[in-house]
Design a protein around this ligand. Structure first.
Ligand code: AMP
Ligand code: MN
Ligand code: MN
Ligand code: MN
Length: 276
């Protein structure tokens, strides 16, 4: 069976419309799918009215990827199966949307100090109706010729530890886990290897995550080696976390992950796709 519990549409920083994303997921043979846009469910809500037209064996589960702070850095928690209209989730998304706008203003101020004026207006224009984020600043910098490509924008200005890496506006890890749990969902730690933590630090994160009500771990995120997947499965087993997996698909790209993850590659451990 093929599943995908982590993907992005153009409601956040993905390239495809939510409907085009669903169409690709169905074409890829995916049976269970979640659109997990950054801090918004607008994409999910847009496609719901098309439900009747999808194959019967295709299931769209509710999803979102929430940004939060942990140990002076940014961590992402995927929420699955929550009640979209739940007041706790609605208030959380409202707050995160406001945080993103405030953060965007702060990123723009920092860029202005480095000689790049007009970044806020530029990024807002790039974002359009989408939830604004650093990729929109990167797109503006490329369009303006300030950098050659998005990679350079992140490498020099927006990536971890650079001037545009503003995290002051995010809620704490415990808060976002609580929001997901209270709105009836499952909190899953996203792409655990992407933080580039030491083994010890990842263990500290998992302990805090679990203490906050976190229940799942992405044992496969995008492209990673079979060995990394095996290690993460062992960690999930040790902590008693449910296996989750997703591509973290943003756009069709030669070096990027395609949609869909085969679950046959995972050991038979408690997971989020074998619901009866
Ligand atoms: P934000 O949600 O505003 O913090 O932006 C983070 C998003 O930027 C991630 O979800 C990725 O989609 C994207 N991103 C992060 N690092 C890079 C990078 N080095 N190159 C391209 N995109 C990146
Ligand atoms: Mn993204
Ligand atoms: Mn992420
Ligand atoms: Mn993601």
């Amino acid at each position: 069976m093929i599943i995908d519990f982590h993907s992005h549409s153009n409601a956040s920083d993905g390239a495809l419309s939510p409907l085009a994303l669903i169409e690709q997921a169905i074409a890829a043979g995916i049976r269970q799918f979640a659109i997990t846009d950054h801090d918004t469910v607008a994409g999910y809500q847009q496609v719901l009215c098309q439900r009747e037209e999808w194959p019967e064996d295709f299931e769209l589960r509710t999803g979102v990827e929430l940004s939060c702070r942990w140990a002076n850095g940014t961590v992402h928690v995927v929420g699955l199966d929550f009640v979209v209209e739940h007041p706790v989730m609605q208030a959380a998304l409202q707050r995160l949307g406001e945080a993103r706008l405030q953060r965007a203003a702060s990123i723009a101020e920092r860029l202005a100090r480095h000689g790049y004026a007009g970044a806020l207006e530029g990024a807002i224009a790039e974002a359009g109706q989408s939830q604004i984020g650093r990729p929109h600043f990167a797109a503006w910098m490329v369009a303006r010729g300030h950098v050659a490509d998005v990679n350079e924008a992140f490498h020099r200005y927006l990536g971890a530890g650079k001037i545009g890496d503003v995290k002051a506006f995010w809620p704490e890890l415990g808060e976002v886990c609580d929001w997901i749990v209270r709105s009836g969902g499952t909190a899953v730690l996203a792409h655990p290897l992407k933080y580039k933590y030491t083994r010890m630090k990842l263990r500290r994160l998992l302990t805090d995550f679990q203490a906050s009500g976190g229940r799942g771990l992405e044992v496969c995120s995008g492209r990673q080696t079979a060995d990394q997947t095996r290690q993460l499965c062992r960690v999930a087993q040790e902590y008693g976390l449910l296996l989750s997996a997703g591509s973290d698909f943003h756009q069709q790209w030669q070096y990027g992950p395609a949609l869909g993850v085969k679950v046959s590659q995972f050991p038979p451990l408690p997971n989020l796709w074998a619901r009866s």
